[in-house]
Design a binder for this molecule. Sequence first.
Ligand code: HEC
Length: 266
Amino acid sequence: MEPETLFHGEVSRRGLLKTAAGAAGIAALTMGGMGLFSRAEAKGGATEKWPWPYVKLDPEKTAELAYNEWYRVFCGAAVINSVFSQLREKVGEPYTSFPSDAFVFLEGGMVGWGTVCGSNAGANIVSNMIIGPRIAGPECENGAAIGADALLWYSETALPTFTPKEPRQKAKIIQTTSNSPLCHVSVGKWMKESGYALGSPERKDRCARVAASVAYKLVRDLNDWKDGTYTQKSAWKPASNIGITAQQNCSECHGSNVPTPPMAKK
Ligand code: HEC
């Protein structure tokens, strides 16, 4: 079976009828757009079977690990390693084979380009590794949902929320709300408010604490998912409903003159 083409989360009606004719397909249909996915055939190896085994982790311990890992591998890989290093010990494979350090490139919003904060990218990598990608079936959609929640929470929360037991910087690290999952915006607003430069030890410690905060929140969501009590907080859906990929706070960048995506003009 060929994987169905997913354009903005839509699957063709023909594909749907062909592949999801059973009760599950009808249930998916009645969900009104959510979960309209046929199971895509995994092209990869043995690790592409979801969910990966997960045992509940201590958020506090995970955050401490992320904080300290930041000083070795920076935000994205710190979040990934804080979770996977523990699962390597408690579970073994497939975590043992996963090359977490490869994700150092997420630093600075990906190799310093200030795009999505690496902590958010790391959280999405972890949730989508453990729960699976949405194309693998409806039971895997929480992987993307937890990832989307991470971005929403990151944007709306005064960060960092986590204070390590033994902070490497003794100066007060203020909290700022970025209203954005972007590294550039998040770090920029914090630097403006705090007066610390990018190269300062305080800014570095702030980012280490932000990574730790994200890891803490991520593990809480994963634990809830494991318990079957996780509910999605963000408005994330597989299908884009506004005609453009975007943060939802349009006026932050566009002011009062938010352009209408061409699709919506028709
Ligand atoms: C982080 C900042 C940011 C946010 C938030 C944002 N945009 Fe944009 N958007 C931009 C930039 C920058 C451009 C490119 C503008 C240009 O070249 O004129 C753009 C371009 C667009 C375009 C295409 C250009 C046009 O004039 O038609 C549309 C449509 C658009 N945005 C809609 C939205 C909507 C709707 C939202 C909220 C759901 C949103 N944007 C949120 C920064 C943002």
